[in-house]
Design a protein around this ligand. Structure first.
Ligand code: ADP
Ligand code: MG
Length: 313
């Protein structure tokens, strides 16, 4: 137990920010069903740091993925509520928002995108494009470009044609169509170029860039913003991944063996960093097989035989 959090963790009147009850999850290995979660229930209160301790293969990652909306329980396999709303009833867009913004994920192997810089990786959850706009705007650009092209082609095109014959209606129509198609293509290309410029500007100067830059600087990565993940040490990669998980100011940070790939000293640095954020109010659910890592939490529960059991004090 971490004595500095006894007061907040014992505040039983506080509403759970995350509550799961009776979770069941079965995987199929060929024709054989393997039931990993049998009746797993857990409540996490706002401001708490809960560690879920369990042996390798006990279903810790599975449980965390269900809690974070990365996977679904079996049909009729229990319920998950986040801030009073039922996660299992979320549709596509709502589920995306939940995964991207309501919760933040930290994985054992970082899962950074190699082609993006440290800053771009850290900003990733806030760069989710508006799908409706990105589908509609190029179409609009094509229609406008096509219309302008067709109008210009049919009005002026005949004058520049190298022919002495008077223009026939079919010739004018052909010109209008050709110029229309050209105009549409130019419209789409210009639109895409504009989008790239807007995106770059947003990346460098938008408010989210400032937030992510501050977080990275706080994590000692201010001199690494333009580096690629492959140029970083394991600890630096995990700090980048934590900055990414915090970018959308999530209600809960979910960490799956966050120190599992690091040496003991670097692992402690990562846990200290999480502790600092937790002291400032961050709610954390962390799964680990390592009881020394679990000790950083306010409360430890165990995952045994597909169920969550309270750890003896
Ligand atoms: P832990 O994180 O505690 O090590 P996992 O949740 O990753 O455990 O896995 C629990 C069990 O479920 C393991 O036996 C694993 O092999 C199995 N498992 C996990 N994911 C899948 C999957 N996608 N398909 C089949 N079996 C899986
Ligand atoms: Mg795991």
């Amino acid at each position: 137990m971490n004595p500095s959090h006894d007061q907040s963790s014992s505040d039983a009147t506080r509403e759970p920010v995350l509550a799961a009850s009776g979770l069941r999850k079965t995987y199929r290995m060929g024709r054989v069903p393997v039931q990993v979660l049998k009746d797993a229930s857990i409540e996490v209160r706002s401001g708490e740091w809960v560690a879920i301790l369990g042996a390798s293969g006990s279903g810790k990652s599975t449980l965390l993925h269900l809690l974070g909306g990365l996977d679904r329980p079996d049909r009729d396999g229990g319920m998950i509520h986040f801030e009073g709303r039922r996660v299992s009833e979320f549709g596509g867009a709502e589920l995306n928002t939940y995964r991207n913004r309501s919760v933040g994920f930290v994985f054992q192997f970082y899962h950074l995108l190699p082609e993006l810089s440290v800053l771009e990786n850290a900003m990733l959850p806030c760069l989710v494009p508006n799908r409706w706009l990105s589908a509609t705007l190029p179409l609009l650009a094509a229609v406008i470009g096509g219309g302008v092209g067709a109008a210009v082609g049919s009005t002026f095109g005949v004058e520049i044609l190298p022919t002495a014959d008077p223009p026939t209606p079919s010739k004018i129509a052909l010109l209008a169509v050709t110029c229309g198609v050209l105009g549409a293509a130019i419209g789409v290309v210009l639109f895409q170029l504009g989008q790239v410029v807007a995106e770059r500007t947003r990346l460098r100067h938008g408010p989210q860039a400032a937030i992510s830059r501050n977080t990275l600087e706080e994590f000692g990565l201010g001199h690494r913003l333009r580096h690629r993940p492959s140029q970083l040490s394991g600890g630096e990669r995990q700090r980048t991944a934590i900055a990414r998980a915090l970018a959308s100011e999530p209600g809960v940070l979910m960490a799956d063996e966050p120190t599992g790939n690091l040496d003991a000293t670097t692992g402690r640095e990562i846990l200290d960093l999480l502790k600092k954020r937790h002291d400032a109010g961050l709610t954390i659910v962390m799964v680990t097989h390592d009881s020394a890592v679990a000790e950083y939490a306010d409360r430890i529960v165990r995952l045994e035989d597909g169920r969550v059991v309270e750890s003896p004090a």
